[in-house]
Write a protein that binds this ligand. Structure first.
Ligand SMILES: [Zn+2]
Length: 341
């Protein structure tokens, strides 16, 4: 063996390298030349002791140089192939085209209304109170002063889970829990889901959303209630709406009132939404019945309070001029996406 053999091997390698079209072929070529046991260069190294001593040094040096060149050439070719593959993809795909925008979620219209109501009352210094959706008959009815013979207590109208446990029919039990836990003064709102055994129609669903408010303290009067609701109505429906209170009865307040606002759609002139009356009923309210204070250990001679409650679904319907509350629960994206904020 002499230098010409090594030159011949190098020429052979160069030819084979050019023929390599992919990574797998390069790996095979790498093994064929550089594998310690089977490689061509390894073979030269093994034969070195038999080479004529006068050229042995030169042959060894050339063999080592060839080994480095083979390593470098294979790596270089590998990089070239990778770049070519990348370019092939770029040629195929127009990477400057805009991508497909993923559909982003948004807040459900009822939640938007709930957040807006909460925000208004939080600005007035109220804190948000939460409570269980499943509660006892005591908290849902008795502590709220709803007598035993009241139709709401009928199993026909409420979802009883056991004889004593039911899905709350209003958020009033949250108020009771809050009063039991804390001493007055108290200023809370309780938003949440409530459940009634109503047949589903355009204005009724067996599950809907309410928010109730409660203020208890020394010297709280009906004037405070009216002022609070007036402020709320202005912030929620606009500065022009007027408030009207009509005497009404709710077991947990005395006196009680139903609260109307002047129709914000027709400015009181009469339209479909206000049924040509110029007024829309939005909530019920009143002064907390002293019997509630007795049950939670508040001194009825020391404190007074007011409470109010409204349907979040109903207010959402009114605000958007929608006639059927079922639309909010059918989850039809085409309908809901109109309320993307
Ligand atoms: Zn109207």
């Amino acid at each position: 063996m002499d230098l010409t053999d090594i030159e011949a091997l190098e020429a052979r390698f160069n030819g084979e390298l050019q023929a390599c079209a992919d990574d797998r072929a390069l790996t095979a070529l790498h093994d064929a030349y550089l594998s310690r046991k089977r490689g061509h260069i390894g073979e030269i190294m093994r034969q070195l002791p038999q080479v004529d001593p006068s050229v042995r040094g030169a042959v060894g040096q050339r063999a080592n140089a060839l080994k480095r060149r083979v390593e470098e050439a294979i790596e270089k070719r590998r990089a070239e192939l990778a770049e070519a593959a990348q370019q092939a993809i770029v040629d195929l795909v127009d990477v400057t085209l805009p991508g497909i925008r993923p559909r982003r979620g948004f807040i459900h219209p009822i939640s938007q209304t709930r957040r807006e109501i909460c925000r208004i009352f939080m600005q007035m210094g109220y804190s948000i109170e939460d409570g269980p959706e499943l509660d006892t008959e005591y908290y849902n009815f008795e502590a709220a002063n709803i007598p035993r013979d009241h139709p709401a207590r009928d199993a026909q109208d409420s979802f009883y889970v056991t004889d004593d446990l039911l899905l709350r029919t209003h958020t009033t039990p949250v108020q009771i829990h809050a009063m039991e836990r804390r001493k007055p003064p108290l200023r809370i709102i309780a938003p949440g889901r409530v459940f009634r055994r109503d047949a589903t129609d355009a204005t009724h669903t067996p599950m809907f959303f309410q928010v109730e408010g409660l203020v208890v303290g020394k010297g709280i009067s009906f004037a405070h209630l009216r002022g609070t609701l007036q402020t709320f109505a202005h912030m929620m429906f606009g500065p022009d709406v007027k408030l009207r209170l009509r005497p009404s009865y709710f077991p947990f307040v005395e006196p009680g009132a139903e609260v109307d606002i002047s129709c914000f759609l027709c400015k009181g002139n009469g339209c479909r939404v206000c049924k040509d009356s110029g007024w829309i009923e939005i909530l019920g309210a009143g002064m907390v019945h002293p019997a509630l204070f007795d049950r939670v250990g508040y001194d009825r001679k020391e404190v007074t309070g007011f409470a109010f409650g409204m349907g979040i679904d109903r207010i959402t319907l009114l605000k958007h001029g929608i006639e059927d509350t079922r639309l909010f629960f059918e989850n039809d994206y085409r309908f809901l996406s109109q309320f993307r904020s």
